[in-house]
Design a protein around this ligand. Structure first.
Ligand SMILES: Cc1cc2nc3c(=O)[nH]c(=O)nc-3n(C[C@H](O)[C@H](O)[C@H](O)COP(=O)(O)O)c2cc1C
Length: 371
């Protein structure tokens, strides 16, 4: 092994006591391969995870909906009913191969749920404000009862993850979905205790974290939180808002915070002139209180080693789709063989589910596809 990369392979222990064998995690990535009717994982999906486990310290799964009205993707994993525990168990067992830890990402899509995926065809959100994108629909404003039901949904999903043998959960508070919708001044125009100033807009997040934490007993169990630092909309989440959110999150005794950005070193999406890395700004604000997972367009071991000079853990997304054996190749000193592009005839070899493969092929510029 190249000695420059030794740090990548060093173990890391979370506050809860769960130990990762190295510093690299599979970033949560939706793969559209669960049973679309029931939300159960399929053989196709288990094969995809099986191909990518064993090397990385942890796999954070694709997002899993916590209530039926939170389903945001076709073929998304369900975690919303007790009868899904055996399905979640299969997923955890498949991932926990040669020491890789399994973390379930728990999620509600809010106003971003495509109506055709919902039983009553109506997405719900903090307020009745449509997202700014073509063809979007105006969601129904959540009642007090809806709010309590969805908070309970996050709690129950975490409980099911624990029961199914997962090593932890990641609360998905990023990428414009429901938790972010409550924090955002664009999607949250409420005047009750769930909206108003930036602090009131954190109240939904606070309750979800509190309830998820309440399920842990008897064994070490990771609880992480993912957030997006900014939104492009006006009004929209600014870095100043996010600093206040971080000040709250870092006091919650969580195992980690996970930022969601496209480029680890990238600047503001609100102000192109502001080139300061959002990851580094978040890290500075967090200090040593809680570990931050960095992410975004990291491909080679040199990229990862450089990022790990700034943060204790990194997540790789697209790179591990293109190169499932990334860690094993670093371990063997075969980093020159690590693939950083996607060949058009590699679907079978890389064990990529059909619908994910089609999404990649039909979205130009998303992945570096070889011509
Ligand atoms: C196919 C695909 C699906 C994704 N699905 C999710 C998801 O379910 N939850 C989530 O938090 N982020 C999701 N993301 C974002 C990734 O976790 C990651 O932040 C992003 O791809 C940037 O990292 P990368 O440059 O290493 O790919 C997805 C990304 C991709 C490429």
């Amino acid at each position: 092994m190249n000695s420059n990369y030794e740090h990548i392979l060093e173990p890391f222990t979370f506050k809860s006591g769960v130990e990762l064998k190295n510093r690299v995690m599979l970033a949560p990535m939706t793969n559209y391969a669960s049973d679309d009717e029931t939300g159960e994982v399929t053989e196709e999906e288990l094969a995809y995870y099986s191909k990518r486990t064993g090397g990385v310290g942890a796999i954070i799964t694709a997002c899993a909906y916590v209530t039926r009205d939170g389903k945001g993707f076709k073929g998304e994993i369900g975690s919303h009913q007790d009868n899904l525990v055996p399905s979640l168990q299969k997923l955890a067992n498949t991932i926990q191969h040669r020491g890789t830890k399994a973390i379930l990402q728990i999620f509600h899509g809010g106003r971003m749920c495509p109506p055709e995926l919902l039983e009553d065809r109506t997405p719900i959100s903090a307020s009745a404000v449509a997202p700014e994108r073509e063809g979007s629909v105006t969601p129904r404003e959540m009642t007090e009862e809806d709010i309590e039901r969805v908070i309970e949904g996050f709690k129950e999903s975490a409980k099911r993850a624990l029961e199914a043998g997962f090593d932890g959960v990641e609360i998905h508070g990023a990428n414009t979905y429901l938790l972010q919708q409550f924090f955002s001044p664009h999607s949250n125009r409420r005047q009750d205790k769930w909206g108003g100033d930036v602090y009131n807009r954190m109240n939904f997040i606070k309750e979800v974290i509190k309830e998820v934490k309440s399920v842990v007993e008897n064994r070490p169990f990771v609880i992480g939180y993912r957030f997006s630092p900014e939104e492009i909309e006006n009004p929209g989440i600014t870095m100043e808002d996010t600093f206040k959110l971080i000040d709250f999150l870092k006091e919650q005794n969580l195992d980690y915070l996970h930022i969601s950005v496209q480029d680890f070193w990238g600047g503001s999406i609100r102000d192109k002139e502001d080139k300061a890395s959002r990851v580094l700004l978040a890290k500075e604000r967090i200090g040593d209180k809680v570990p931050l997972i960095g992410v975004g367009s990291l491909h080679t071991p040199a990229d990862v080693a450089k990022a790990l000079e700034e943060v204790p853990l990194v997540a790789l997304g697209r790179e591990l789709i293109m190169e499932p054996q990334w860690i094993q190749k670093v371990e063997k000193g075969e980093e020159q063989d690590i693939r950083t592009t996607l060949s058009k005839n590699s679907q079978k070899e890389l064990v990529i589910p059909d619908d994910l493969w089609n999404a990649i092929m039909n979205t130009p510029g998303w992945f570096p596809v070889e011509e």
